[in-house]
Design a protein around this ligand. Structure first.
Ligand SMILES: Cc1cc2nc3c(=O)[nH]c(=O)nc-3n(C[C@H](O)[C@H](O)[C@H](O)COP(=O)(O)OP(=O)(O)OC[C@H]3O[C@@H](n4cnc5c(N)ncnc54)[C@H](O)[C@@H]3O)c2cc1C
Length: 386
């Protein structure tokens, strides 16, 4: 396996590292207070091509493969997770469906503007009745002439407030269950589309999650994404594709926390010596390091396998599950190493502690990742048995 990066990607990675350290970190507190990503950061992100990572070059994007994308996501993980979620959701679930399943006309229409960040993307699968059981949708799409009429609602949709283009899953054939679900590209200005409640969350400040309502929303037939009836399968593929990226962002956050821990342990003195000299603290640091190195291997392995077009259902679920669990454990250890100050809002550790929590829930809970892994094990066993 080869995880080396080209000179071009190393250059981009270095620029992202610098941008994150010097620009985004400087406004992290402001994002927490205002629940908004400053316009300057969005504009700089556009200039750096951060909205275009998944979009092929012919449509104005950088068209990175998965190893390269993970290298960039790892850097992005080292700063405010609300900002990183805005970029991650756009670049991942918000864009990948159109790249993978869009017609050439759809790609021509949407991708160039999504690559520049002029149009932000979002992915709308979850509904009140359809969480982990994502096929249990109630939103319907009925074909009438050259349009589909969509009725229903979605909730918890990342980027909902800022997005211009949504991938929306709806039932086109209620008799067929999951095989009766179709994806649509929906623009926020389509008649019958509206935003509902914007959620107040535990963390991820600056990343806005909201309800969507479709009231006789009219969607032209040319906005069907992929084949009719393939919406659920394609949605699962988009989610699986995003798992390596989320693991890479979690990896970056863990690395940043380790950096904070080492610096703090070196400076903080108790009992007449830096706490870095205390073996208990060293053990915690060693545990963090062990988990980071394991996560790094899992993340880049699945990214490399993805680039080789190998089946990665199990590996992607393992990386997502392990990355989320480890991020939460590392954030907990980081609070512990920092003692009281780790609990205070003046210091970034408590923010990571809150932001880590969502990673065990969105893009498929940890329990669902375990189900996927077990399902793949059983599948492999049956295949071996013939
Ligand atoms: C901040 C945030 C952002 C989100 N962004 C998006 C987005 O952009 N687009 C989108 O479509 N969705 C989004 N979601 C939705 C997210 O994917 C769901 O919340 C998640 O899949 C879980 O669904 P649920 O909340 O309905 O929980 P439930 O499915 O009700 O789960 C409740 C509990 O039961 C467990 N459980 C359920 N079924 C099983 C099972 N079969 N086996 C074992 N355990 C099970 C779950 O793991 C969990 O612990 C977002 C959610 C949040 C909180």
């Amino acid at each position: 396996m080869d995880f080396s990066l080209s000179e071009e990607i190393e250059f981009l990675r270095e620029n992202v590292r610098k941008f994150v350290k010097e620009e985004v970190e400087a406004v992290a507190m402001e994002i927490e207070e205002n629940n908004e990503i400053p316009e300057k950061i969005i504009e700089q992100s556009k200039e750096m091509g951060l909205f275009s990572l998944s979009i092929p070059e012919e449509y104005g994007g950088l068209g990175l493969d998965m190893v390269d994308k993970c290298a960039i996501f790892e850097e992005l993980g080292k700063t405010h997770n609300g900002f990183t979620t805005l970029i991650g959701a756009h670049t991942g679930i918000g864009t990948v469906g159109i790249v993978e399943f869009g017609t050439d006309e759809q790609k021509q229409k949407y991708l160039p503007k999504m690559a520049t960040g002029e149009w932000i993307g979002a992915f709308a699968l979850t509904e009140p009745s359809a969480g982990s059981n994502a096929a249990n949708l109630k939103t319907t799409a009925v074909k009438k002439g050259d349009k589909y009429i969509i009725n229903g609602s979605k909730h918890y949709i990342t980027n909902a407030v800022d997005a211009d283009v949504f991938t929306v899953m709806a039932i086109t054939d209620p008799e067929k269950g999951a095989k009766g679900i179709t994806s649509f590209i929906v623009e926020k200005d389509f008649p019958g589309f509206s935003l509902g409640k914007v959620e107040e969350k535990m963390g991820l400040r600056g990343s806005h999650s909201a309800e969507l309502f479709f009231d006789d929303m009219e969607v032209p037939v040319e906005n069907v994404l992929g084949e009719e009836g393939q919406g659920y399968v394609n949605a699962l593929k988009v989610l699986a594709n995003g798992r390596a990226g989320l693991a890479a962002r979690n990896l970056g956050s863990c690395e940043k926390l380790l950096e904070h821990c080492l610096n703090y342990a070196k400076e903080r003195e108790q009992f007449g010596k830096p706490i870095l000299d205390i073996q208990t603290i060293q053990n915690m640091l060693a545990d963090i390091s062990l988990q980071i190195e394991t996560l790094k291997s899992l993340t880049y392995r699945v990214a490399w396998m993805t680039d080789q077009k190998q089946r990665v259902v199990k590996e992607a679920a393992i990386a997502k599950l392990y990355g989320s669990e480890v991020y939460n454990k590392v954030a907990d250890l980081a609070v512990q190493i920092h003692g009281g100050i780790g609990y205070m809002k003046d210091y970034p550790i408590e923010r990571y502690y809150r932001d880590a929590r969502i990673t065990k829930i969105y893009e498929g809970t940890s329990e669902i990742q375990r189900n996927i892994i077990a399902g793949e094990l059983i599948r492999e066993l049956k295949r071996k048995e013939g």
